[in-house]
Ligand binder design. Structure first.
Ligand code: BEZ
Length: 248
């Protein structure tokens, strides 16, 4: 599979992903000596925050480039597909920050997470929920449609409601401790073009190469009405789905 991620672009344009994750570490409450799996560890910036507790943390990610960046910061990171986890009661907790929306189908992921946890183990995560980046999705779907590509079919993300995801968690053997959809407008220090470059690759790759940059630029122009202020600052319309669940 092609690796669409660039560790440099991620470090430049996605630093906020880990910077905003302190509440998730608090929810996880990692303890020294616990075995914790970080699902979708990216470049390991968030994993390092969890490891600072003294827990033994393993990170997995599908991107070889991001796993290499995580290993460079001393994380035990592995290239693995979260839909094909093969761990059996190996972890006290599984955590995931801003990654589950990339992992489709969700049931394949939940099956593996449930098996990876010991009974009583916890699954604590935050990812994009219903309505996440809705303006961005609407603009990008429109620019793809205008170019004769089915934009809706190219949406690479899964943004469920709390009720839908809670039902899936329960089906896979979890008790829900808490789950909520939380709007979190997110300032983009490096702007919308950089966000689209870093996170929109899966979308724009549906177009022939020469059309990708003009399409991204058109999406940026459309989005300025909703997401850019008069001073030129961009804020993305993030909505987080946050939960803590316990394996029965
Ligand atoms: C998110 O964290 O919600 C997100 C990140 C990249 C693309 C889409 C959503």
């Amino acid at each position: 599979m092609t690796d669409r991620w660039s560790a440099d672009s991620y470090a430049r344009n996605a630093r906020f992903v880990a910077d905003l994750a302190a509440p998730l570490v608090d929810d996880l409450a990692p303890r020294p000596g616990e075995r914790i799996l970080d699902l979708g560890c990216g470049d390991g910036a968030f994993t390092a925050m969890v490891a600072a507790s003294g827990a033994t943390v393993t990170g997995i990610d599908a991107s070889p480039a991001l796993v290499a960046a995580a290993r460079a910061r001393g994380i035990d990171a592995r290239v693995e597909d979260a839909r094909e986890l093969a761990y059996a009661a190996a972890f006290d907790a599984v955590v995931s920050n801003a990654a589950l929306h990339w992992m489709l189908p969700p049931d394949a992921v939940l099956r593996g997470v449930s098996a990876a946890l010991r009974p009583g183990g916890r699954f604590v995560a935050e990812f994009g929920g219903k309505g996440n980046v809705a303006s961005i999705v609407t603009a990008v779907v429109a620019v793809l449609d205008r170019r004769g590509v089915d934009g809706a079919a190219a949406i690479p993300w899964y943004f469920p409601t709390a009720a839908e995801y809670a039902a899936r968690l329960e089906e896979h053997g979890f008790t829900i401790d808490r789950i909520a959809l939380v709007p979190r407008p997110t300032p983009l220090a490096t702007g919308m073009a950089a966000w689209l470059e870093t996170f929109g690759g899966a979308f724009f790759s549906a177009l022939p190469e020469p059309e990708r940059a003009p399409a991204a630029s058109e999406a940026e122009t459309l989005l300025a009405h909703a997401l850019r202020d008069d001073a030129g600052n961009w804020t993305a319309d993030y909505v987080r789905l946050r939960f803590r669940a316990t394996k029965r």
